[in-house]
Design a protein around this ligand. Sequence first.
Ligand code: NAD
Length: 294
Amino acid sequence: MKVVVSDNMNPGALEKVKETGAEVIYKPDSLEDAVSDAEVLVVRSATKVTEGLLSKAPKLKAVIRGGVGLDNIDQDACRKRGVEVANTPGASTNAVAELALGLAIATSRNIQKAHLSMKEGKWEKKSLSGTELHGKTFGLIGCGRIGTLTGEKAHRLGMKVVGYNPPPRHVSSFMEYVELDELFRNADIISLHVPLNQNTEKMINTESISKMKEGVIIINTARGQIIDEDALYDACKSGKVRAAALDVYCEEPYKGKLLELDNVFFTPHIGAATQEAQLRIGEEIASKIRSLMD
Ligand code: NAD
């Protein structure tokens, strides 16, 4: 079986894919040429799987996305062509949950600012005073795999956890489901964990931000397009939003105007970038390839 891996892959994960015995072509110079006789295409988030690309791949049986979001794959076009679309849904859950919580702690305690200020030779003990997570309300928008695990970890740190997720939803002992407006009214920290779709695109906008608490913190490790970046810019500038920490952006690599602000903190889409998650992604891709070989 010929497998084309078109995006960057961790060496350990690539090894897991090779252990399947498939012929693996890694990051070919011409993707269109490479897929002409491929049966499986493995992508991360960079490759756009379009109708045009699929038309160059007559033998393709499956597109496997190493990661969760399928927004870079034209799923309708795959369906029409009879190409299966799979992802590795659970592999990065813990890595993203830990990042979301890490950003919540770092932002509440001004860790990023403190680091930068000391690098500039300053000792700003007073102005870097922050707030604690314990006793605060953590609002999760999207309570699937990552949202629920992030909520469980926040609960263990002594936070009250509220979540918004349309039914069907899993019931959990540590989280209370609320309506979105109630979450906006009460959450001290809001963490986004929804997929990108037409209902979630720009769901954080001027209107929804106006319903939030004065001084709320927003964490986005889901998808950039879920936030209207212009609205976030205005709200962070005015202080309505005390701080935001972003791992994902409307356009990546991000070069936009939020970088001007001192109360917005950035990571370059590293939610799943842990050794452990990358290996799990490799294992899940390999297992999918094995099932296609059977
Ligand atoms: P999931 O499918 O398990 O959970 C998503 C949840 O969102 C579901 O429970 C769904 O019902 C809910 N939902 C859908 N529409 C909603 C809406 N309008 N309002 C509220 N809830 C809604 O997915 P997951 O594995 O938890 O992943 C969540 C997000 O994390 C995805 O956007 C994914 O792309 C992103 N992600 C980012 C990284 C990263 O590197 N930063 C890595 C992995 C996943």
